[in-house]
Write a protein that binds this ligand. Structure first.
Ligand code: NAD
Length: 379
């Protein structure tokens, strides 16, 4: 039987609501920021949103860093750190999806130190409160929920490795979720990021580290995604659908904050690294398989069946079938031939690179051979 001891601590002030992103100066004052960097995607520089943030910061945001690729690299973080150090920044504002937020988070964690990010990302050096500056996160996708986690997922291009790093000193001080910021997200990104929310909800629910507060959030978030994601996908200007998906995103962030994610997220890293699948689409690639597999092999207490029922399905198999159908309806890729992974050697490599720490949190203990078998079924 699972041991029932658990802890819950989430030291991030959450602000939710349409229009809340307009009070930039108020949040900066709350953390006592005087000399800041805005870290955002290039699209926000182009569409004028970055300028609006700077203008409403009362002169406290002094520079912008936007040289960040999707799935940010350790190099992106190092360049951001250089800027923070050169201006002696005491805070940063992240505006974006997971990529700018994770870049900003890692940079803030080491801004007052002297090393670059690689030794921290490799686990050779530990992040410390002493080297960190404060961060405020504005989420623009409904999505990763990076705004409420202490996790930064970075890619070390030289090593061909995408993996998360985390530390208590890496929590943003304030997370602002203004659904209006997500109105401009294009449909394919809405679909991919929304499926990431669903994976957070489901995987945290069955993680070996699951616990009651987080599980309640998982159920709430998963129900919202089934109800609202396709509405937001089909009608980007549907503010109610955007609000519900933003709510699902932040609640699923609370859901996975402690239990973390499991098999599907573990498999997503090489799918993104090797085949360029966007993060959420990569997580969703295997989630319906995992729903079936985990329900068949690790549901003695009926929890996964209960989640399926709470989401309106007769069984986990019915929930898995609906996830698969949703992916098809939203144009997401669902088999390996579509992404160019065809040879046995490629599939073996994919399985090998999926065996990261998150795989150990899957409710069924899985070997590389099991994952190889799964990927063969997804050919
Ligand atoms: P993203 O940040 O890479 O953004 C995807 C695309 O959407 C980009 O082209 C971006 O410019 C665009 N975009 C973002 N917001 C927009 C808006 N409001 N309007 C128009 N375009 C917009 O995507 P993401 O899925 O949010 O983040 C993915 C990254 O987050 C991955 O690197 C993933 O590993 C990481 N991640 C981190 C955590 C965590 O806890 N830290 C959790 C899950 C995923």
């Amino acid at each position: 039987m699972k041991q029932m001891d658990w802890n819950f601590n989430l030291p991030v002030a959450l602000v939710f609501g349409s229009g809340t992103a307009e009070k930039v100066k108020e949040y900066i004052d709350r953390i006592g920021g005087t000399n800041g960097v805005l870290v955002c995607g290039k699209s926000f520089v182009r569409n004028g949103v970055a300028d609006r943030f700077i203008a409403s910061s009362g002169g406290t945001i002094k520079s912008v860093f936007s040289d960040i690729r999707p799935n940010p690299t350790t190099e992106n973080v190092n360049e951001c750190v250089k800027l923070m150090r050169s201006q002696n920044a005491d805070f940063a504002v992240a505006l974006g999806g997971g990529s700018p937020m994770d870049c900003c988070k890692a940079a803030c964690a080491i801004a007052k130190g002297s090393d670059f990010i690689e030794p921290y990302h490799d686990g050779e050096k530990e992040v410390s409160e002493k080297e960190a500056i404060s961060m405020i996160a504005f989420a623009t996708t409904a999505g990763t929920a990076s705004e409420v986690t202490n996790i930064s997922v970075l890619t070390n291009v030289e090593k061909g490795l995408k993996k998360p790093m985390n530390h208590p000193a890496m929590y943003p001080k304030i997370a602002v979720v203004d659904p209006k910021l997500t109105l401009t997200v294009p449909p394919q990104v809405t679909a991919s990021t929304g499926l990431d929310v669903l994976c957070h909800a489901i995987e945290s629910y069955w993680s070996k580290n699951h616990q009651p507060i987080c599980s309640a959030c998982s159920v709430h978030a998963a129900r919202l995604v089934f109800q609202w994601l396709e509405k937001a996908y089909r009608n980007p200007n549907d503010l109610e659908a955007r609000e519900k998906m933003a709510e699902a995103s932040i609640v699923s962030g609370v859901a996975f904050s402690h239990p973390r994610t499991t098999g599907s997220h573990a498999c997503s890293f090489p799918l993104t690294n090797r085949y360029g699948l966007p993060h959420g689409e990569a997580c969703a690639f295997t989630i319906d398989y995992f729903v079936r597999f985990n329900a068949e092999n690790a549901d003695g207490d009926g929890r996964i069946a209960a989640l399926a029922r709470d989401c309106g399905f007769d069984s986990p198999a019915a929930m898995a079938a609906e996830i698969h159908a949703m992916k098809n309806r939203m144009g997401m890729k669902t088999n390996l031939s579509e992404i160019g992974c065809t040879s046995d050697e490629d599939i073996r490599q994919l399985a090998k690179e999926s065996m990261s720490m998150l795989m150990t949190l899957n409710p069924v203990t899985l070997t590389e051979e099991d994952i190889y078998t799964m990927f063969c079924a997804l050919r």
